[in-house]
Write a protein that binds this ligand. Sequence first.
Ligand code: 5GP
Length: 212
Amino acid sequence: MSHETQVKHWHVTYNNIHNLIRRCTPKIAAEFTPDLMVAIGGGGFFPARVMRTFLREITDNKTLQIQAIGLSLYEPVEGVTEQKIGEQVIRTQWLGANAGQMLVGKRVLIVDEVDDTRKTLNYALVELKKDVELELLTRPEADRDALRAATKFGIFVVHNKKKPKLAELPEGTPYYSGEDVDDVWLDYPWESTDIEKHDELAALDVENAAKK
Ligand code: 5GP
């Protein structure tokens, strides 16, 4: 059976997402105060860009950068066999050769649209930390512990699905979600080729949920 017929769908609008990010950002600015964002593409791009608007307003940080990585768990990638889709996280894009240099000593907020099984977030965190460790090897030994301690990673997702996760984040990792949701399939507006229809379906979802 196709994914479409098995799973309950919930359509999310651009405005929903914008407002979830607006509500969440003051807490993130106060507690984590990122000075770099790493957006996981494609779903993390729009949320990161919106969050930057609010972070810039609150923290007055006009130089906050968004770097991009591409990871794929569900989407078919050339050369990846069917059964590996959904099991293994594949890098489709990564930071440049100076990745570690970019990250060391920074407070890095990893941004994605949804935390489903958590495999993608786990992969991103583990691999970015490896880049940091490689960079530290190039620094004087006496500086390494302080630089490692100054490098912090936090997570922001627009939606976190309330379900058992297949991977964990290291304990104490700052973690923020715009909203914790049931385990439904979320249809995001940027995946739609007809945004008016998408918004109509989103309004219908809200209407139907209110009837229950
Ligand atoms: P993970 O299972 O690793 O937490 O999620 C991996 C990726 O699967 C997400 O970044 C996202 O691209 C995709 N994904 C998971 N759940 C959903 C969903 O409900 N809707 C959409 N559109 N993508 C999802």
